[in-house]
Design a protein around this ligand. Structure first.
Ligand code: HEC
Ligand code: HEC
Length: 550
C-alpha cells in the first residue's frame, strides 16, 4: 500500500475490547525515526506502533547505550563519571575494567556526537505556560492500575505488572515491605545512586525484588515467610559480600536450621550461616555477588510528588515502569567471558547489538530480560519501542560499578531495618564502602555541582559557596531527604519540563527534566580539543555503602 501522506498507520486486524485496546499493532510505513515519533504522538494503544522494517534499521541513535551523563564537560576537574565507570573489585562477577572511561572520552565515531538532543531544547516558554494546578492534578492521577488489564486485552505476551496498589506507594506494602496483595514482591529502602534519581534532579523512584517460588516455600511446598525472610537476608549478605546480616525474625524450628549459629533452634534475628539457601531452594546454586535464576526487579520512576503539607515523595502517576528478570543464570567465569567478548566486539569497531525478545523486551547478553512501560502522549502507560528499550542495556550491562548488573539492592540499608518502602527521611548519608565521608557529600565535591550536568542552581545555592562545597552548610542537613529533595517550586518546574517530552513522545532524544539547555554538556566531542581528567581527579568507588555497625 503506497500513500502520499507523510506516514501511514496500517491496522491489519481490528479486535474491539472493553477498554478499546486492539490486539494489532499499528505499522509505520517507510519508517524513519521521525515517523516513528509522529506515529507515537498519535498512538493511543498500550502497544506502540512498529516500523515496517526490522526496528534496528530505524534506530536514530545506534549508540543509545551511551547515556547523556557521558557528555558532561569535565574540564580537567569535575568528575560525575566515577559512579558508573569503575575497575573491578575483587571477588565480584563484574570484571569489566572501564575505570579509564572517567578519563577519556573514548567514544566510537557514532558516539562522538551527543544524540540526546532533548537536552538542548529550551522549554522555558512551555514550562511558564503550564499552571501549577494543572501539573499537580496530572501527577496525582493514577495511570498504573489500568495497565495490567489493558495489556491483557491487547494480548501482550511479556511480563504484565502484578503488584496491586503500587500507584499509592508505601500503602501497597506491610511495615516490612512485603506486598499486601500476596504477589511476593518486596520493597526495600535504598539510597538512590547519584544523581539522576535524586528528586532534586527531576525524578523519584522505588524498587521491589521478588525471588522465585522455591525461595518462598518450605521443603514441603507450602509458602513460608520464614523461608522468604531468611533467603532475602542471605541474598543481601551475598550480594554485598558480608559475612553476617541482621534479618526480620525467623523461626529456626520451622526451617530446622540454626541460622544464627547459637547452637539452638530459636528465633533468629541475625544470620551467620550463609552457605546455602533455605526451604525448597536449599540445594540451589549459591555464590557471592550473584542473584538466583528467576530473580525479578521492578522499578517505578515517577514525577516529584508534592504532598498537601509540601513534603516531597513519589507521585501517584508513573513516568515509567521498569522490569528486569534474570532469565538465565551463569557462573562468574561465564560472565567474565561475556565481558571479554564484548571487549573484542568493541575493539573490532562493532556497534552494540542486542537481541529483541518480542514482548519480553530485550536480552542484555548476560541473562537478564529487560522490559519497560512509559507514558503515551496522553499520559497512559504503553510498552517501550525497540529503541527506547535498547537504551536500558547500557547501565544494566556494560559498566564496571554494578553488581550482577543491578544498582539498588546492593545499596539497601543493611539488614532488618532496610526492609520496607523507600524513605529518605532519617536515612544517613552513609559513605561508600572504604571511605569516611558521606557518599553524597563526596559526590557533590567531586562533581562540583548538584547534578551530573552541574545544572542544578538550587543545589548550588544550598550547599556551595562561590563554587566550592561548603561543609558548614552541609552540616545543617539531617538526612538524605534534606540533601537531595527540591523545593516545591523547583519540583513543579521539573515536572512541567518532563511533561513536554511526554507530549512530544521523543524519548529517543533523551528523558532528562531540563528547562533550559545545560551549559556544561558537550554537543559533540572533539578528540583533539576536549580536555580530559588528570589522574588525581580519577576515583575508585564502591557502589556498596557502609551503613555502620548494625
Ligand atoms: C550513569 C552511569 C554513567 C555515568 C555517570 C557516565 N557514564 Fe559513560 N557510559 C555509561 C554507559 C552505560 C555506557 C555504555 C557502555 C556500553 O554499552 O558500551 C557508557 C559509555 C561511555 C563511553 C563509550 C565507551 C565505548 O566503549 O564506546 C565513554 C567514552 C564514556 N562513557 C565516558 C564517560 C565520561 C567521560 C563520563 C563522565 C563525564 C561518563 N561516561 C559518565 C554510563 C555512564
Ligand atoms: C543511565 C543509567 C540507566 C539506564 C539507561 C537505565 N537504568 Fe535502570 N537503573 C539505574 C539505576 C542507577 C538504578 C537504581 C535506582 C536508584 O538508585 O534510585 C536502576 C534500577 C533499575 C531497576 C531495579 C534493579 C536495580 O538495578 O536496582 C530496574 C528493574 C531497572 N533499572 C530497569 C531499567 C530499564 C527497563 C531501563 C530502560 C528503560 C533502564 N533500567 C535504564 C540506571 C539506569
Amino acid at each position: 500500500m503506497k500513500s502520499s501522506l507523510l506516514f501511514t498507520l496500517l491496522l491489519s486486524v481490528f479486535v474491539s475490547t472493553a477498554s478499546g485496546e486492539t490486539q494489532a499493532r499499528a505499522v509505520v510505513e517507510h519508517a524513519t525515526p521521525e515517523r516513528m515519533i509522529a506515529a507515537l504522538r498519535e498512538s493511543r494503544g498500550v502497544l506502540p506502533p512498529v516500523p515496517d522494517v526490522h526496528p534496528k534499521r530505524v534506530m536514530f541513535n545506534a549508540e543509545a547505550v551511551v547515556p547523556p551523563q557521558c557528555y558532561t564537560r569535565t574540564e580537567a576537574r569535575y568528575n560525575p563519571c566515577y559512579v558508573c565507570h569503575q575497575d573491578p573489585i575483587e571477588g565480584r562477577e563484574n570484571v569489566l575494567a572501564d575505570g579509564d572511561l572517567q578519563r577519556d572520552y573514548a567514544f566510537s565515531d557514532t558516539g562522538l556526537t551527543n544524540h540526546w538532543r532533548n537536552l538542548f531544547e529550551d522549554r522555558s516558554e512551555r514550562v511558564a505556560a503550564a499552571s501549577d494546578e494543572e501539573i499537580l492534578r496530572y501527577i496525582r492521577q493514577d495511570n498504573y492500575s489500568e495497565l495490567p488489564g489493558r495489556l491483557r486485552e491487547a494480548g501482550f505476551r511479556g511480563w504484565i505488572p502484578d503488584l496491586d496498589g503500587l500507584e499509592s506507594g508505601a500503602a501497597a506494602f506491610d511495615e516490612h515491605g512485603f506486598a499486601r496483595d500476596g504477589s511476593g514482591w518486596v520493597a526495600f529502602n535504598y539510597k538512590p545512586l547519584p544523581s539522576t534519581f535524586w528528586p532534586t534532579n527531576g525524578s523519584t523512584d522505588d524498587v521491589m525484588i521478588r525471588l522465585p517460588a522455591a525461595y518462598r516455600t518450605d521443603a514441603g511446598g507450602k509458602p513460608s515467610y520464614d523461608v522468604y525472610r531468611s533467603n532475602l537476608a542471605i541474598l543481601e549478605a551475598k550480594i554485598k559480600g558480608l559475612d553476617h546480616i541482621s534479618c526480620l525474625p525467623v523461626d529456626e524450628r520451622s526451617l530446622g536450621t540454626d541460622l544464627d549459629g547459637d547452637g539452638v533452634l530459636g528465633t533468629a534475628v541475625r544470620i551467620t550461616r550463609l552457605d546455602s539457601w533455605t526451604g525448597a531452594a536449599a540445594g540451589e546454586f549459591i555464590d557471592t555477588h550473584l542473584y538466583p535464576q528467576g530473580t525479578e526487579f521492578l522499578h517505578t520512576v515517577r514525577y516529584v510528588g508534592i504532598g498537601n503539607d509540601g513534603g516531597i515523595g513519589v507521585s501517584t502517576r508513573m513516568k515509567e515502569v521498569r522490569y528486569l528478570r534474570k532469565a538465565r543464570a551463569a557462573v562468574k567465569a561465564v560472565y567474565a567471558r561475556r565481558y571479554q567478548e564484548e571487549g573484542y566486539e568493541k575493539d573490532a569497531g562493532n556497534l552494540p547489538n542486542y537481541v529483541g525478545l518480542g514482548d519480553s523486551g530485550i536480552d542484555n547478553h548476560s541473562g537478564w530480560a529487560v522490559q519497560g512501560f512509559i507514558e503515551n502522549a496522553e499520559g497512559r502507560l504503553r510498552a517501550l519501542t525497540f529503541e527506547e528499550n535498547f537504551s536500558c542495556m547500557s547501565c544494566h550491562n556494560s559498566i564496571g560499578s554494578t553488581i550482577d548488573k543491578t544498582f539498588a539492592f546492593p545499596r539497601k540499608v543493611d539488614g532488618a531495618r532496610g526492609w520496607g518502602y523507600i524513605d529518605l527521611k532519617g536515612m544517613p548519608d552513609a559513605p561508600s564502602k572504604g571511605e569516611k565521608t558521606g557518599e553524597i557529600a563526596t559526590y557533590l565535591a567531586r562533581v562540583g555541582g548538584g547534578s551530573e550536568f552541574r545544572n542544578n542552581d538550587e543545589m548550588e545555592r544550598r550547599w556551595f559557596t562561590s563554587g566550592r562545597l561548603d561543609r558548614q552548610k552541609l552540616a545543617g542537613a539531617e538526612d538524605v531527604y534534606d540533601l537531595i529533595t527540591p523545593s516545591r517550586e523547583r519540583a513543579l518546574a521539573l515536572n512541567k519540563a518532563y511533561r513536554c517530552i511526554v507530549e512530544d513522545q521523543d524519548f529517543i532524544y533523551g528523558k532528562d527534566s531540563t528547562i533550559t539547555p545545560p551549559a556544561n554538556v558537550y554537543e559533540a566531542i572533539d578528540n583533539d580539543l576536549t580536555p580530559t581528567l588528570p589522574d588525581q581527579r580519577v576515583f575508585r568507588y564502591n557502589l556498596v555503602l557502609d551503613w555502620g555497625a548494625e
